[in-house]
Each structure stands twice: as structure tokens, then as C-alpha cells.
Write a protein that binds this ligand. Structure first.
Ligand code: HEM
Length: 405
């Protein structure tokens, strides 16, 4: 019955097709390992100098080399803005950075095929990761509660994003844990991947702000931080969702719905959202760089819409109705991300003021629809997985209720 090739045609019944393309996920995994392991020594040692003045300051020194001394240590840098608060809460921050760095490096081991063949090792590495990650997030909450917000460009918006990020990180891990206790492997894999995507925002944010510092020599670190944090408001949940969709081990061939009108509608929603956000940006003072709008939101959000459209069209062409529905769900999440960001700027401005209100919109407004769409995708994939493992005669099986068509 089951024909395990990508050329299998849809015949109204569900056959299993195995994706032959593994290159993209492998490259992505290699990049994740490089970032997580490469960031380890920088994060792990970042607070030592608060205890021993002679300790190396690898992260600050590297930033200085890459983007200039003023960028790393001067006006508007984290070092200048946060020195006193970090000194006052150095134990909490040492716990946060050490356990965060260890957790992230450990997480990459979980993706080793060799280690996964030893369930005991996988389980204990997973438990240790959850413990380290939980302690790191507890310390992050403690710092957020105890320290004042950064009283500078975008400081209160970034504070809000960190609260949301800490909560999303803990929640995604909790969902992954509950899923594995229920032996729902698909949901477990999906949510721990999303959790890792959130954890990776730490090194990626530093990469982005240093990159912006190199590109634009006039930009201050804090401004680059705001732009990078906004970019990651889209890229982190999108990365978690795309990684899941690209690494599903099997694709069922199933009838494909004609969704062309939905594709067009989603594209229109995304463009309209971009116009709305651009209209919110236009009256802001010149100190808010155009990068906040374009690199911070429009480019990554539009890129996500395009990726989802391509994913849906490719799945449709191959007769994979379930995968098409999943890409389409994520497409709607991507399309709604921009109006959601614009709406959040409207709601946040009275509370945070004009500049931070806009930045709060781009930092936290986009992730909601993407994560919600991801929730639907995972539910669909989990139900499809359950049906494939419990149904012996696929030709008799009823269409899987994915809730996505
Ligand atoms: C993903 C969830 C995370 C949250 C919510 C979070 C939260 C925080 C908070 C509240 C601060 C203080 C920021 C401020 O000055 O206002 C901070 C700083 C920092 N965090 Fe995290 N963090 C996370 C992940 C990580 C991870 C995984 C690492 C290490 C791999 C890490 C390393 C650092 C470092 C090194 C700093 C010091 C700031 C700097 O100089 O770069 N964080 N984080």
C-alpha cells in the first residue's frame, strides 16, 4: 500500500511519502550548533569581571573589534547604560548567563542522531536542559522585577519584550514536557524546537546589533538592539515554525484544496498591514531610523509570507494536502503578523509614548499570530501522526481532521 517516494500521486487515500531533501535542515542545524556553541564562552564569562576586575571581557572586546570602541563602550551602549544595574544584581545575572549558556550548548546535543539512539542519555540531557533553562529564566524574571528599565531609546519596549520572551520560553518548554509525558512525540518535537528558537534570540540579537553597528557607523548600540529585537519578534517564532515544517519525517499524500483565493487574500492582508505600519512610522521623529520599520519588521514579515506561499504551492504541486494546509495556516499567521504589529503600536503608544509605543508594536505585536498558527500546525501534524500510526489500512481511513482546511 504505502509508496514511500515524493512522486506518489494523490488517489483519495493517504499514502506515506518520505521527503528526500535533507540538505536545508542539515545546514540550518549546523548554523544553530555554530551559533549556540560559539556564543557559549562569551555568555558564560560575561559577568566574571563584576567579581574579578582582571577577568576577560570577551563579549565586550569582540563587539569593540567588530563595530568599534565607541559602539561597544560609548554613549548608548549596554555597557554604559547598564553598568550600575548589572553590578547591583551581578549574582542574579551571573546565574542567568551561566545557566543560559550551558542550556543552549546542551540543547544542541539533543539533535545528534547518535545520542538519540540512546534514549537514556537523551532523557537525562533533556531534564538537565530543562533545569538549566528554568533557572536561567527564573533569574531573568528576578532581574526584570528588581532592576529599573533602561531609561533610554526603546528601553521600556525592550523590557516588555523580555517579559514576553521569558514567558514564551517557559511556556513552550512546559508544553513540550506535557506532550512527551503524553507520548505525543510530534508535539514534543515541535514545541522544544520553538523553545530553542526563543533561546537562540540571545546570541542572534548580539549578532544583529553588531552587524548593524558595522553597517551603519553612526548608529548607537541601543538603537541597533531595538532594531534587532524587532527583527527577532518575527524571525524567532517563524524560525521555530519553519524548522518544524521542514523536518517532518513523512508527508502524507492527500487531496489538495483549491486555496488560490486564500493565497491572494493573505498577500493583500500582509501588504495592507505594511501600509498601516508605515503610516504609524511616518510621523516619528528622525532619531528613529528607517531600519526600525524595514529591517525590524517589514522585510522579515514579508519574507515569511513568501516562504509560506512557496511551501504551500510546493506541497500542493506534490499532492500533499495536509502539508499544504499546514503551510497555509502559517501563511495566515505571517500575513496577520503585520496588522497585529500595527495594532499593537496603536494600543501601546498611550502607555509607552510615541517612540517606545512603536517599538513595542514591532517587538511584541508580530509573534502572536505566528505562534497561534504554529499551534494549529502542530495540532494538525500530531493528529496526522496519530492516525498514521493507529491506522493499518490507509485506503479505508477517513480524511484526517486537521482543522486547517
Ligand atoms: C530566551 C530567553 C531569555 C530571556 C527572557 C533573557 C532575559 C535577559 C534579561 C532580562 C537580561 C538583562 C537585560 C537588560 O539589561 O535589561 C539579559 C541579559 C543577558 N542575557 Fe539573557 N535572556 C534570555 C536568554 C539568554 C540566553 C540563552 C543567554 C546565553 C546563552 C543569555 C545571555 C545574556 C547575557 C550575556 C546578558 C547580558 C547582556 C549583555 O551584555 O549582552 N540570555 N537577558
Amino acid at each position: 500500500m504505502a509508496i514511500a517516494t515524493e512522486t506518489t500521486e494523490a488517489r483519495g487515500c493517504y499514502n506515506v511519502a518520505v521527503s528526500t531533501s535533507r540538505t536545508l535542515p542539515r545546514i540550518a542545524l549546523g548554523a544553530v550548533v555554530l551559533v549556540a556553541v560559539g556564543y557559549f564562552p562569551l555568555a558564560f564569562t560575561s559577568f566574571w569581571h563584576f567579581f574579578d576586575a582582571g577577568a576577560p571581557r570577551l563579549q565586550d572586546a569582540l563587539q569593540g573589534r567588530a563595530a568599534g570602541h565607541d559602539f561597544a563602550y560609548g554613549h548608548g551602549s549596554v555597557v554604559a547604560l547598564r553598568a550600575e544595574d548589572y553590578r547591583a544584581h551581578r549574582v542574579v545575572m551571573l546565574v542567568h548567563t551561566s545557566t543560559g549558556a550551558l542550556a543552549l550548548a546542551l540543547a544542541t546535543l539533543q539533535y545528534s542522531a547518535r545520542l538519540r539512539r540512546r534514549p537514556g542519555v537523551h532523557r537525562w540531557t533533556g531534564r538537565t536542559y530543562l533545569l538549566l533553562m528554568g533557572v536561567s529564566m527564573a533569574a531573568a524574571y528576578a532581574f526584570l522585577l528588581a532592576a529599573p528599565q533602561i531609561a533610554y531609546f526603546g528601553g521600556s519596549a525592550f523590557d516588555l519584550q523580555l517579559w514576553v520572551l521569558a514567558t514564551s520560553t517557559v511556556t513552550s518548554a512546559a508544553i513540550a514536557l506535557v506532550a512527551i509525558r503524553r507520548r505525543d512525540l510530534v508535539s514534543h518535537r515541535a514545541w522544544i524546537g520553538m523553545n530553542l528558537a526563543f533561546m537562540l534570540t540571545a546570541p542572534l540579537l548580539r549578532l544583529l546589533w553588531v552587524g548593524l553597528g558595522r553597517l551603519d557607523h553612526g548608529i548607537e548600540l541601543m538603537v541597533g538592539l531595538d532594531v534587532g529585537a524587532s527583527t527577532l519578534g518575527v524571525v524567532a517564532p517563524a524560525g521555530g515554525a519553519i524548522a518544524f515544517l521542514l523536518t517532518q519525517p513523512s508527508r502524507r499524500v492527500a487531496p489538495v484544496a483549491d486555496a488560490r483565493r486564500q493565497y491572494v487574500a493573505a498577500a493583500i492582508v500582509s501588504v495592507a498591514g505594511s501600509c498601516w505600519l508605515a503610516a504609524r512610522f511616518a510621523p516619528l521623529p528622525a532619531q528613529v531610523p528607517g531600519a526600525s520599520l524595514w529591517i525590524g519588521h517589514v522585510v522579515p514579515a514579508t519574507g515569511l509570507v513568501v516562504i509560506c506561499l512557496l511551501g504551500a504551492l510546493r506541497s500542493a504541486r506534490r499532492g500533499r494536502g495536509i502539508a499544504e494546509g499546514q503551510w497555509r495556516a502559517l501563511l495566515w499567521g505571517a500575513a496577520l503578523a503585520t496588522p497585529s504589529a500595527a495594532l499593537t503600536t496603536v494600543l501601546a503608544t498611550p502607555v509607552y509614548g510615541t517612540i517606545d509605543g512603536f517599538l513595542a508594536g514591532t517587538m511584541v505585536g508580530a509573534s502572536g499570530p505566528i505562534v497561534l498558527a504554529f499551534l494549529l500546525v502542530v495540532r494538525s501534524a500530531s493528529q496526522a501522526g496519530l492516525t498514521s500510526s493507529t491506522t493499518s489500512n490507509s485506503s479505508r481511513s477517513a480524511p484526517v481532521a486537521t482543522g486547517l482546511r
